[in-house]
Design a protein around this ligand. Structure first.
Ligand code: NI
Length: 177
């Protein structure tokens, strides 16, 4: 297994629509294992392939709470086939938008169909945090970031901040350092 580099915004690779995976092979399984390792290391609770520079419809997630056993999820070609009318707000962050958090409103419950790492079709019903993570990661496959769900004003502020981080590094450097 290997740790992968996570792309941070703004980056055109995060705005692309990812390709459908034709068949889940050993390379796909290895990519998902590497993505999970990268996500745990970050640490994060979800990661989509475009965030590691692979424009394919693949996501991994683990919404287990602290102290709970890990619940790793690997999804290829995930599709939301039903979502509840009831919506809920959650504070979201993203490994591609370090240190930025905003409240996002999304359907509270979803049903998602996907193919697992053994190429078997599966269906999962999710609510709460897991539903949030899956919707957030699925957005990445369509080039959508969580900041695309908030006001333009807030989004531009965050993207300006991230552009500066990229240019100058995260830590403000004191004069003479
Ligand atoms: Ni994200």
């Amino acid at each position: 297994m290997a740790l992968l580099d996570i792309i941070t915004a703004p980056d055109p690779r995060l705005k692309r629509k990812a390709e459908t995976v034709a068949t889940v092979d050993a390379a796909t399984a290895k990519l998902m294992a590497d993505m999970l390792e990268t996500m745990y290391e970050a640490p994060g609770i979800g990661l989509a392939a475009p965030q590691v520079g692979v424009s394919k419809r693949i996501i991994v997630a683990d919404a287990a709470r602290e102290g709970e056993a890990p619940q790793p999820l690997k999804m290829v070609n995930p599709q939301i086939v039903w979502s509840s009318d009831e919506k809920k707000t959650h504070e979201e962050g993203c490994l591609s938008l370090p240190d930025e958090y905003e409240i996002v409103n999304r359907p509270d419950k979803i049903r998602v169909q996907y193919v697992d790492e053994t190429n078997t079709p599966r269906e999962l019903e999710a609510d709460g945090l897991l539903a949030v993570v899956i919707q957030h990661e699925l957005d990445h496959l369509d080039g959508v970031l969580f900041v695309d769900h908030i006001s333009t004003l807030k989004r531009n502020m965050i993207l300006r901040r991230l552009t500066k981080y990229k240019k100058f590094g995260k830590r403000p450097v004191a004069v003479g350092e």
